[in-house]
Design a protein around this ligand. Sequence first.
Ligand code: UDP
Length: 477
Amino acid sequence: MVIQKIPHVALLASPGLGHLIPILELAKCLATQHGLIVTIIAVTNETHQIKDELLSSASSSCPDHIYTIILPIDKLIFSGNETILARLSIMMRTALPSLHSLIHNMKRKPIALIVDQFGVVAFDKIAQDFNMFKYVFIASNARFLSYALYFPYVDYNNRGDYVRIPGCEPIPCEELNNLSSSPDAQNYQEFIQIAHLIESVDGILVNTWEDIEVKTLLAFRDEKALKLIVKASVYAIGPVIRSNLMETGGVKSKLIKWLDDQPNESVVYVSFGSGGTLSTQQTIELALGLELSKQRFIWVVRPPIDDNNAACLFESVGGTHELNNYLPDGFLDRTRDLGFIVPMWAPQSEILSHPSIGVFVSHCGWNSSLESIINGVPIIAWPLYAEQGMNATILVKNLGIAIRSDVNPKKELVRRDEIASMVRRVMMDKEGIGIKARVNGLKASANIALREGGSSYNALSQVVKKLLDDINDQTQN
Ligand code: UDP
């Protein structure tokens, strides 16, 4: 056994920008704040500009080695009906042979493998063959983790309206989208496998912090609650989010210059993450709702897709689109002075950190939620898929920093007058003042957690210390 004075760790990101972005940020923290040697391995089903830009910005700002595994399309066998979870699991299993030979050929092997929640399939073969410590980084919150781990113990047919996890707040089943699964569904075995693989790791890192999920985090430390299921420690190390490129010397785009000209907190920012798409009718209602609100807005628009809320998740982003084909007649002309339409993809961290932004209409992906909090921006929650419904409940009910529609946007149309009314409630009513104060309180608490000596900073230091202790134990035995 070669003694490694400075540990070398590998981080593995599954396909999807919502997975790659937090893995890159964690890699930067481990390298710059904790002095580790870091290799990033990104699994992807295609090459595209945004991913390449992200990877090259990571390489210029720290990690020592960056590799991309492009999945062999001919070996990716999909039936076409898979859920997102099943697709990701298939992709990650397909990547294993390339991952194995990549690590095999490294002169200095990583001592630990840190994967996101879909990369756990790499533990059986890769981590074992190369004798690596196994860590999982949940790029979501502790509530999602509690559900993922408790999943094998849920009696699907007798669970009622809530999933009740020991020590945690009940999770409404209607928030689960297709994270819920009957034992005969394709998702079921994938979930069970992920849960069992997470149970056997050396440590679990979660993109949350102590103050915002007190009860759930306590449940992971309670022998009568979730500690019964998972012995590994859970480290709340967040919020791990993208830094604002403008602050680090980026060039101002036309969009940011436009924002500079708007009054403080006057602009509604609308985006459904890296993959979210709306139906034709919903796209029209949203356009007319924004117009009706008479507020300024930036809208990251995608062509509508009628039967899939996550159509862009694994497909290319970018390109040009004929907006008049699907936006209401005359909308672009009527809103020319108030609105800024961005097709497909926008520089979100720059937008959210701009003082002109007043509210974020968001699909509640966890990265987007954290980016909103760290910038003190209230949210209008519009969950679409994956664990976004659960996230919306945390934002609306637990933290009081978001409002949401009375209808479930997955099942029903959110009407233009309700959209306009939600925007006005946050931007103009007294209700918005309370929400803004709470989100600013959370922003302060996040910054305290991240500072040297704060709970998240200390948690990540503990992970590094444990790694060093484990390496020492291993070399002595
Ligand atoms: N993002 C962005 N521009 C866009 C859409 C998304 O920069 O137009 C970034 C966003 O800032 C976040 C990530 O992509 O860091 C999306 O992650 P999230 O967890 O919010 O949602 P997902 O895309 O995984 O559903």
